[in-house]
Design a protein around this ligand. Structure first.
Ligand code: 5GP
Length: 227
């Protein structure tokens, strides 16, 4: 079968902040030629090194709301005080060409996609533990302390939605994770079974990390006051 003989798949990749989703997606794009990546629109400010039209389309609230009004977005969601959404035309054109279109989006958007496109493949990527995730998120130094706290809190909410994904992949090594995600897309097989014990342990660790960070922030505040 030639590539153009079949419509491409919609591949939704979600995961907590700091699980290495971006790296996995980049590798899927460079290792296989049947993928293309949807560039999202967002109202958040670019991080250092991010380029308009490559990482995101960085737009104002007004522009984003106009896109919603025009039906120009396939899905959209609010995340950490900003809008994020998937432009519709790129996805539809590329699926028609036979490309598997990757959407790297959060859970609210993923569920909108599942409803509108029941054939979409929904994959949730997680780290083996919350502490690995915390180390990566803090270590990449792209967020302020407050943003990091927000992302941890958001992860607590997101953990409850893992079970709504078709596949769960644990990123315990980049090469394996990339080939596992590709195997799922190509064959419909792979990933690990949803395990409530894993989720509960992850959640408990995450809550402890948040509590420790809150305690440390409180101690810093007291130290400042005493000076
Ligand atoms: P970041 O600000 O770290 O780039 O992204 C924050 C979150 O928004 C991530 O979970 C990312 O997957 C998600 N996200 C990025 N683009 C979209 C989008 O178009 N739609 C939705 N629903 N989420 C998105």
């Amino acid at each position: 079968m030639t590539e153009n003989a079949r419509a491409g798949k919609l591949v939704v990749i979600s995961g907590f902040s700091g699980v290495g989703k971006g790296t996995v997606v980049n590798r899927l794009l460079s290792d296989y030629d049947h993928y293309t990546l949807s560039v999202s629109m967002t109202t958040r400010k670019p991080r250092e090194g991010e380029v308009h039209g490559v990482n995101y389309y960085f737009v104002s609230n007004e522009e984003f709301e106009e896109m919603i009004g025009n039906g120009g977005l396939l899905e959209h969601a609010g995340y950490a005080d900003h809008y994020y959404g998937t432009p519709r035309s790129f996805v539809e054109e590329n699926m028609a060409k036979g490309k598997d279109v990757i959407l790297e989006i959060e859970v609210q958007g993923a569920m909108q996609i599942k409803k509108a496109y029941p054939d979409a493949v929904l994959i949730f990527i997680t780290t083996p533990s919350a502490s690995v995730m915390a180390k990566r998120l803090i270590g990449r130094k792209t967020e302020t302390e407050e943003q990091i706290d927000n992302r941890f809190k958001r992860a607590v909410e997101e953990a409850e939605h893992i079970k709504r994904y078709d596949y769960i992949v644990i990123n315990d090594g980049l090469d394996d994770c990339v080939s596992e995600v590709n195997r799922i897309v190509e064959s419909g097989e792979g990933g690990v079974r949803y395990d409530p014990k894993f989720k509960n342990r992850f959640l408990q660790d995450l809550l402890e990390i948040i509590a420790e960070r809150t305690e440390a922030a409180r101690a810093r505040l007291h130290a400042q006051k005493d000076q």
